[in-house]
Design a protein around this ligand. Structure first.
Ligand SMILES: [Zn+2]
Length: 449
């Protein structure tokens, strides 16, 4: 069951509690809501010597979505989970757009300028902005969790493959089929190397098997350099034939496959680049950071019979994973990185000319675009109760974005702040909490519990 974070009045993180317990504390007036996302309550007293359970924050970084989980290693309970969607693509698109507009502006009706080149410098270890944002998002959330619950350690999936396990003859050799990781590393590695396609017929999105180029029955080895990914029909058709006979009528493919089996996947390290940057920054938080490989995560998840999802992958990272992970009733919080606001001073048309006046103050009457507000409109055509994201206007008459439409012209006087915009939007489980609307005049307020 997803639990609720608890702080004492000095903002010290205490053990998370069951939602029922939190509800009772709120009802009895012993606590107040500290923040909505993730839901956190704050006690109205200081707790002198709390008996804290050591929790572990686990991160499974992905290119689009990062899984986050807080796990109690002792009891095997998943205390909290989330899936964080990054905005790398959006950043890339915005930067390309800015570049195009600037270029056209420079080239338009201007004096001749000498082309400039080689006048940019990159700092050592710099990541492109789209990847940097991905790393920053993950670090932000780990830091937030450190403030909200008693965390003693961090686990991170660092690499897709444990390169050492691949080099280790016990795993690479004959015994990889019997060892603990039972070929998980090898399998993942070979699938990536062959781009999840059948080497013989290019079929993809079909179940793939590992095929031995030189058949096992002919004493072919289990080394990675003797393995290709193949679909079941191709694997069966090839059987124990020599690859030269099997591909006799497709010499081009034969040459390609023979060259590819010999070359290692050189960019395995490049695939892992952002992982190492994240690892570096997590290390600076001052807690022990445990690192694992994707193969190990998959092994842990499958032996526990858990379905594939980003947050469950995060909960299954590395050796610290409890033998019986209790993820019953956990509803992950869906977090989407939205960024803060635009840095452009005004909006442009598609030719790069200013389309609007300069940007006005960010805050209007104490509200800012992106804040979650509750609006109670007592009368008129827009009468009702709304809970949604607000877009401010300097006139003080705001727009509310609900799930189905945008309601314009809601006065700031009817709005109450629920949560400040913090660069992320949230959605709990399948239900879309933000933005949402409850139009019934006496309906119970969304969200919350
Ligand atoms: Zn095939």
């Amino acid at each position: 069951m997803s639990q609720i974070f608890v702080l004492d009045t000095t903002k010290r993180a205490l053990n998370p509690v069951h939602p029922g317990g939190a509800h009772l504390l709120l009802k009895q007036g012993k606590a107040a809501i500290d923040r909505r996302y993730p839901f956190t309550i704050i006690l109205k007293r200081a707790v002198e010597h709390p008996a804290l359970k050591a929790l572990r924050v686990k991160v499974d970084p992905g290119s689009q979505t990062t899984g986050l989980a807080v796990v109690n290693d002792a009891s095997g309970e998943v205390v909290w989970a989330a899936e964080l969607v990054h905005r790398g693509k959006q950043i890339k698109r915005d930067l390309s757009r800015r570049r195009a507009v600037r270029r056209s502006r420079r080239q338009r009706k201007t004096r001749y300028r000498q082309p400039r080149f080689a006048n940019r410098r990159k700092k050592q270890g710099m990541l492109p902005p789209s990847l940097e944002s991905r790393v920053c998002n993950a670090v932000t959330w780990v830091r937030r969790l450190l403030r909200l619950c008693p965390v003693a350690a961090i686990s991170q999936e660092l690499v897709r493959f444990d390169m050492q396990a691949l080099e280790n003859p016990d795993i690479e050799g004959v015994e990889y089929q019997q060892g603990t990781l039972a070929g998980y590393e090898v399998r993942e590695y070979v699938l990536l190397k062959w781009q999840h396609q059948c080497a013989y017929c290019d079929a993809h999105e079909v179940p793939l098997e590992l095929d031995h180029v030189e058949a096992r029955s002919k004493h072919g080895s289990n080394r990675v350099s003797n393995l290709v990914a193949a679909c079941t029909p191709c694997n069966q058709r090839k059987s124990n034939q020599d690859i030269r006979d099997f591909l006799a009528d497709d010499p081009e493919r034969l040459v390609r496959i023979l060259a590819q089996v010999k070359t290692p996947l050189r960019d395995a390290a490049a695939v892992n680049a952002t992982g190492f940057a994240l690892h570096d920054r997590l290390m600076r938080l001052g807690l022990p950071v445990e690192c694992g490989s994707g193969g190990r995560t998959k092994y842990n998840r499958e032996t526990q019979g858990l379905p594939k999802s980003h947050w469950l992958d995060a909960a299954c990272v590395e050796a610290s994973t409890p033998e019986h992970l209790d993820a019953r009733g956990v509803v992950p919080l869906h977090i989407r990185a939205t960024g803060h606001s635009s840095r452009q001073t005004c909006r442009m048309d598609r030719y790069g000319f200013p389309r609007t006046g300069p940007k006005q103050a960010k805050r209007v009457k104490g509200f800012q675009t992106g804040d979650l507000v509750r609006a109670l409109v007592p009368k008129g055509t827009k009468q009702g109760r709304y809970v949604s994201r607000v877009a401010v206007r300097t006139s003080g008459s705001f727009n509310l974005t609900t799930q189905h439409r945008t309601v314009q012209g809601i006065s700031h006087r009817f709005c109450t702040l629920i949560a400040r915009s913090d660069g992320y939007s949230y959605q709990q489980g399948k239900e879309r909490v933000l933005p949402s609307v409850d139009l019934s005049a006496d309906g119970s307020p969304h969200p919350g519990f």
